[in-house]
Write a protein that binds this ligand. Structure first.
Ligand code: F0G
Length: 347
């Protein structure tokens, strides 16, 4: 199995000394979403990043960041995370034989992600504070104690994540008209933009897409232009009030002629349900913000008819089962009895 590092070797800063490892990251499905697409009047695709080895897009950047950390002689890595980065860092640290410390906002990380960080053997430190504070602490610890930081302030992380954009173009043969992503710390949207620009400069695509960034209303600093000291949203992955890559992302979105938009938690959960029940695609809440954003754009008359739209479905729905189980879903319980079953099935 050739991993991302081998597949895109010529586009990555890989040397003869870079250790090459893979867990099978990348080459995720680009799923055509016919039903929802026709309701919106566009050709719609979801890049299903939940199919990555640790269930999110973070693996694309982590494999390169970890390889470069190992090449540089690091013995340990550190990151702050709303959950997915920690799961990915913990897995790849195990793979490359490095020690891993993760700083998480206490009580605000989805269960699946927390259990991943633990089982891969990371040292998990819960911070009584939000992600933004955890990242400040991680950056300080990294510079004072010589730990390699593997958040998206590490340039190799975003470099690896460009591969998502390359795969979309390789598969479609063109770039989409709109590329829609959920935005938290604003790294991924920046990485995709750089990936598209690089492919255009290589002559692989003729034009770059308009970049559309969707935030949760309770954590939407790039929509309002002001940081959120107390971000809050059901989409805990993007519960971030002061994105470190905010300036770069704002620039990318402006250059591309795209925009940022905010959606409510209700709209996010509705989009999650719709994606799963109409298309068979289960993505975590943050990943469904783009669909909520597209529906809002449609209502506001901002979504052009017939365009090609790709949403990045950033994380697997199984990461956060509680959000479903604490919702309105009803389970019908009966005795182990045929007549009761017949009654339910005939309703
Ligand atoms: N979607 C998911 C599922 C995420 O986990 C994240 C970020 C994003 C979207 C936003 O990406 O930060 O590049 O704008 N998760 C980080 C983490 C913050 O710690 O796992 P971004």
């Amino acid at each position: 199995m050739a991993g991302l590092l081998e597949r895109y070797r010529k586009y990555f800063p890989i040397t003869d000394d870079t250790p090459i490892e893979t867990l099978g990251e990348g080459e995720t499905p680009l799923v055509k979403l016919n039903k929802i697409g026709s309701e919106l009047g566009v050709e719609l695709y979801g890049k299903y990043e939940g199919a990555n080895p640790t269930g999110s897009f973070k693996d694309r950047g982590m494999v390169l960041a970890m390889a470069k950390a190992a090449e540089g002689g690091a013995k340990a890595v550190i990151c702050a995370s709303t959950g997915n980065t920690s799961a990915s860092a913990a897995a790849y640290a195990a793979r490359f034989g490095l020690k891993c410390y993760v700083l998480l906002p206490a009580g605000k990380v989805a269960l699946g992600k927390l259990s991943q960080a633990l089982v891969y053997g990371a040292k998990v430190i819960a911070i009584r504070g939000n992600f933004d504070r955890a990242l400040e602490l991680a950056r300080k610890a990294s510079s004072e104690m010589g730990l390699a930081i593997v958040n998206s302030v590490n340039p190799y992380r975003l470099w690896g994540q460009r591969s998502g954009a390359w795969e979309v173009c390789d598969e479609l043969g063109v770039s989409p008209d709109w590329m829609v992503l959920p935005v938290g710390n604003a790294g991924n949207i920046t990485a995709y933009w750089t990936g598209f620009v690089q492919y255009k400069n290589e002559g692989k695509i003729k034009k770059v897409p308009q970049m559309v960034g969707i935030q949760a209303q309770g954590a939407s600093p790039l929509v309002s232009g002001e940081s959120f000291p107390n971000p809050e949203t059901v989409a805990t992955a993007i519960r971030i009030g002061h994105p470190v890559n905010g300036k770069k992302a704002a620039w990318a979105v402006r250059m591309s002629g795209g925009f940022f938009s905010a959606v409510s938690d209700e709209e996010i959960l509705l989009a999650q349900k719709e994606l799963a029940s109409k298309e068979g695609v289960f993505a975590e809440p943050a990943s469904c913000a783009p669909l909520a954003g597209l529906k809002k754009a449609k209502r506001e008359g901002k979504l052009p008819e017939g365009i090609k739209v790709v949403m990045v479905l950033t994380g697997n729905g199984l990461k956060d089962p509680q959000v479903i189980l604490s919702g309105q879903e009803e389970i019908c319980e009966i005795d182990g009895d045929e007549s009761q079953l017949r009654e339910v099935l005939s309703q």
